[in-house]
Ligand binder design. Structure first.
Ligand code: AOF
Ligand code: ZN
Length: 363
């Protein structure tokens, strides 16, 4: 592929960034391509945390292919880092390699970088540009930007319903309302999330595993259960394999010990009403380096999360069927006036198999 302008260079780098979709957390997914005389002479993507960043991978790729990067242009989807984290600064690596120009799609919001990567390159005499396909680069790491800028994850709430917005019959039957294609698509969104959150009601009723299946990924997201009164069974499948975080509001030493035996960690975060303080939980998850949080819960926890301003985006799968009087999507209080409605905007609408997939964002 011939790269003759910055737009094409960043577009290709974004394709490389996507290769890290499931694996880089808590690091952002970054892509880098190195171009000389229109030819791609090296390319790379961010590896799992602690391993090489995209720029280092691209420089290695060029070296392995016997390509000289001196005088070349490096296209990166995020400003190269300037700090010593788990790995040394990419800006230094680019300087040492002798590239002539660096084009970044967007600045790194990490306060440890925040412009210093580009400044470092410039100080070394490298030509620098920033702000190409910025929106796409932001979308690629929407959770990382959220955590860096707001201290909390980007929260995506997934739900599947009939066209009249019903998720289950009153007798609980819900499998399956949407098609297999939509369910597999849902697992792709699970796979890219840092963590998947549900409530104790869903655990006790459906006994979900909350794992990624049917999508090829080497990493399983962390599982989180909001369980104010520690009511889930120690035999719940969501605990299998350990590492599940249980968020509670009312201590119960005996039950806590049982859950810990299953490898779970208990996070105690009560609010004044004796329930889990959901906004505080979002801050805590930010501190714990959760970039993208995927919520799959029942209508009550869904409603509470929305009512408390904890949700950024709905990922809705709507099947072409009507269920009539049945369980709704979100348990929200009745309004006296339309002025009180929660406004969203459609970010993306498309058909997946027989169903509609709607991404809608709270404004
Ligand atoms: C880059 N290229 O591919 C990525 C970057 O602990 P470390 O050394 O892995 O550094 C993590 C930080 O580096 C991360 O918070 C973000 O600011 C930046 N990510 N930077 O130059 C990359 N993934
Ligand atoms: Zn780096």
């Amino acid at each position: 592929m011939n790269i003759t302008n910055d737009d094409d260079g960043i577009r290709l780098a974004l394709e490389w960034a996507a290769k890290g979709m499931f694996i880089t957390t808590p690091n952002p997914r970054v892509g880098c391509v190195i171009v000389r005389a229109g030819e791609v002479i090296g390319a790379g993507a961010t590896q799992p945390a602690g391993q090489a960043h995209a720029e280092v991978q691209a420089l290695r790729d060029a070296a392995q292919r016997g390509n000289d990067v001196r005088g070349a242009t490096a296209y990166v989807t995020l400003e190269p880092c300037s700090h010593h984290g788990r790995t040394p600064p990419c800006a230094d690596a680019l300087v040492a390699a002798g590239v002539a120009r660096v084009v970044a799609a967007i600045g790194d919001p990490n306060p440890l970088v925040a412009g210093q990567g580009l400044a470092k390159l410039q100080a070394a005499g490298i030509a620098v540009a920033c702000g190409v396909r910025e929106d796409e680069a932001h979308e690629m790491n929407i959770g990382f930007f959220s955590r860096m800028q707001r201290g909390r994850p980007w929260v995506r709430m997934k739900a599947a319903a009939s066209l009249d917005g019903k998720t289950a019959l009153h007798n609980g039957q819900s499998q399956w309302i949407t098609s297999e294609a939509a369910r597999t698509d849902g697992h792709w969104w699970r796979a890219r999330a840092c963590a998947i959150l549900t409530g104790s009601g869903t655990v006790n009723e459906d006994d979900p595993q909350l794992t990624v299946r049917g999508v090829d990924t080497p990493r399983q997201p962390r599982r989180i259960v909001v369980d104010s009164r520690l009511q889930i069974s120690p035999d719940a499948r969501v605990l299998a394999g350990g590492g599940t975080w249980i968020v509670a509001a009312q201590p119960n030493p005996e039950k806590e010990a049982l859950l810990r035996e299953r490898g779970a960690e208990i996070i105690m975060l009560p609010n004044a009403a004796g329930k889990v303080d959901l906004p505080a939980l979002m801050q805590e998850l930010g501190r714990r380096q959760i970039n993208e949080l995927h919520v799959e819960a029942g209508s009550r926890l869904n409603g509470a999360l929305i009512a408390e301003g904890c949700v950024d985006e709905l990922l809705l799968y709507l099947a072409p069927s009507l269920l009539g009087d049945a369980q709704g999507l979100f348990d929200l209080p009745a309004l006296e006036s339309l002025d009180g409605r929660r406004a969203l905007s459609f970010h993306e609408v498309r058909q997946i198999g027989a169903d509609l997939r709607i991404l809608a964002r709270f404004s």
